[in-house]
Ligand binder design. Structure first.
Ligand SMILES: [Mg+2]
Length: 265
């Protein structure tokens, strides 16, 4: 556990918000290896494109910066980058649909395997996920899930991992009309519905967006920097990203449940 904020004040924890992909679920592990080459390919098809390495770096950077927001925002940025290079603007939904089609081709075996039991949920969860949810439940905390992935898929994948029961229907994801949902909106609603102070709200996430959203309301932001390949130890690149986003605390996963419980309660 890395404590970045030495002055961290923890209130009476009332609600906890989880990001999904990369924070609890690894079903979509490797999505960047689909999005980055696809976006690079689109940029390389514009009239005034740069070198392949430059376009790939550009795609990687804006994808990373927007990680945690709904996928459509990465596609909107792609469209803007296309226009900058003399290409034609199109409906960003076209990019989103093509990306998602390619991603599902890559990960569908995981969804099928989890559904028929040939793959164990633990193989596609951040280590200790069930333990942390159980621990928070015993403290009577309200649990929310807010994801930038389309809501229908989030709900399906939460179910595939056997986690639906922890969230008591408080599962939110991207909508077709993307302005109807954002993580910031979910967080503001939790605060106002329950009349909370920021210090009673904890957020767990692996992306910039949710960490920033939690910090904006004075909440406690815990970055999850799991090494998705080895499922052990920190991913140093994620640690850097979460530090830049000003996460109060960064953990490698949820295995060290005693330490997390001691921090929060
Ligand atoms: Mg995430």
């Amino acid at each position: 556990m890395i404590v970045n904020n030495k002055e961290l004040k923890i209130g009476n924890i009332h609600s906890v918000v989880f990001d999904f992909d990369g924070t609890l679920s690894l079903i979509r592990k490797g999505w960047q290896e689909i999005m980055t080459p696809y976006f690079t390919e689109v940029l390389m098809n514009t009239p005034n494109h740069g070198l392949l390495v430059e376009e790939s770096k550009c795609a990687r950077e804006f994808i990373d910066l927007l990680t945690g927001k709904q996928t459509i925002y990465q596609c909107i940025e792609l469209d803007e980058q296309v226009v900058k290079r003399g290409g034609k603007s199109i409906n960003p939904l076209v990019y989103k649909n093509e990306y998602h089609k390619r991603l599902l081709e890559k990960i569908n075996y995981r969804r099928i395997g989890l559904a028929d039991g040939s793959i164990k949920a633990n193989d596609y969860m951040v280590p200790g996920s069930v333990k942390v949810l159980e621990m928070l439940k015993t403290h009577g905390v309200d649990l929310y899930l807010a994801s930038g992935t389309d809501e229908q898929y989030v709900k399906e994948e939460v179910e595939l991992l056997g986690l639906t029961k922890y969230f008591d229907k408080k599962i939110y994801g991207a909508r077709d009309d993307y302005k109807l949902f954002s993580k910031a909106m979910v967080i503001k609603k939790i605060i106002s519905d329950n009349n909370l102070h920021g210090s009673s709200l904890v957020g767990f996430g692996d992306g910039y967006v949710e960490i920033e959203n939690i910090k904006e309301v004075g909440g406690i932001a815990i970055g999850v920097a799991t090494n998705e390949e080895t499922m052990a130890g920190f991913d140093e690149w994620k640690v850097k990203r979460l530090t830049r986003a000003k996460a109060d605390v960064i953990i490698e996963d949820f295995n060290n449940i005693i330490e997390i419980e001691k921090l929060l309660f």
